[in-house]
Design a protein around this ligand. Structure first.
Ligand code: ASP
Length: 317
């Protein structure tokens, strides 16, 4: 087995500094050597590290592209891929890799840690070992290995800010990969996508500004897909519609998703062309809008892409 580890940074490979935890080179490589010496990991493992390593708070769609392109370029040389990543934006990257690697027939396992490998009691050793094992056994697709769980990369979200068991995902019958005859890389650019929330007394001017300056919007609505009927919100959403930019609605509830049409109070969304994001995570919706904008020029084609289940990212009706 030949495995490629793409080390982007994150807590897993950090050391304690005067300013707090910061990425440090060599930490991950040393841990992998220790796992190999202990016989916990077999096979050939190559590590390619970001230079500089980043805290995932710094990640942008350019970094998603860099990881996806590395997998694409080295696809024939390796049997599977592990991506070590900071946990803060790990769910966005996992979603993006699901969308970028069309026709993936090998496993890609994304992992990280809540405590650095250099700190006593770290969860990093377990996650790294589990990821290096999962990559030899898991079905094709992009998975997140964390705290003993193998989670769907297109549905995962960070649900706890400091517990070891920090990630959750709805299970899905569809594996986290876009089926295709030929393995291809869908490139993603860095578009201006805004994520805005509806709140009691919504500041509609903020949504209006997003409608003016953004290329796409993820709108976090209430429950099953409701929002207040106000002239200012209607004007803001109509402005987005007039500019032909995609607006995808997702729920502020962690489970269940939206169903536009359940309540009359969702009328404002339907009437202004807002796209039903169903039970996609906000992270997936954000990544999907970035890809829709990168792959298609027209709002109709973007809408088709956004309303098609690509890789099990929402529950089919
Ligand atoms: N801030 C860190 C990061 O996302 C947190 C972590 O890795 O857990 O890179």
């Amino acid at each position: 087995m030949a495995l490629l580890v793409i080390h982007t940074g994150g807590t897993i490979g950090m050391v304690q500094t005067d300013q707090g935890f910061a990425p440090s080179s060599g930490v991950l490589e040393t841990a992998i050597e220790a796992l190999q010496s202990a016989g916990d990991v077999t096979g050939q493992v190559e590590v390619r590290a970001f230079d500089p390593l980043i805290d995932s708070a710094q990640a942008t769609p350019v970094d998603w592209s860099k990881i996806a392109a590395t997998i694409h370029e080295s696809y024939e040389q390796f049997d599977g891929f592990v991506v070590t990543h900071g946990t803060d934006t790990l769910a966005y990257t996992a979603a993006a890799l699901c969308l970028a690697l069309r026709g993936l027939i090998k496993p890609v396992i994304v992992t990280g840690a809540m405590l650095p490998l250099t700190v006593e009691g770290t969860d990093g050793t377990r996650n790294l070992r589990d990821a290096l094992r999962a990559v030899t056994e898991a079905p094709a697709g992009v998975w997140v290995q964390f705290a003993g769980n193998l989670l769907h990369g297109g549905r995962v979200r960070k649900s706890h800010s400091h517990a070891f068991d920090a990630f959750e995902a709805e299970s899905a019958p569809t594996p986290p990969a876009i089926p295709a005859e030929v393995f291809t890389l869908d490139q993603v650019g860095d578009h201006r996508v805004g994520m805005v929330s509806i709140t009691p007394g919504t500041c509609a001017e903020l949504i209006g500004y997003a409608a003016e300056v953004c290329d796409g919007i993820v709108l976090r609505c209430y429950g099953s897909g409701t929002a207040p009927e106000t002239p200012a919100l209607r004007a803001a959403l109509s402005q987005a519609q007039a500019r032909s930019i995609p607006v995808v609605a997702v729920s502020q509830c962690a489970e269940g998703g939206i169903r536009l049409g359940t309540y009359a109070a969702g009328g404002i969304l339907r009437e202004t062309g807002v796209i039903d994001g169903r039970d996609m995570t906000p992270e997936m919706a954000y990544a999907k809008v970035q890809f829709a904008l990168s792959l298609f020029d027209s709002i109709d084609a973007q809408r088709d892409y956004l309303t098609t289940c690509q890789c099990g990212e929402y529950t089919a009706a």
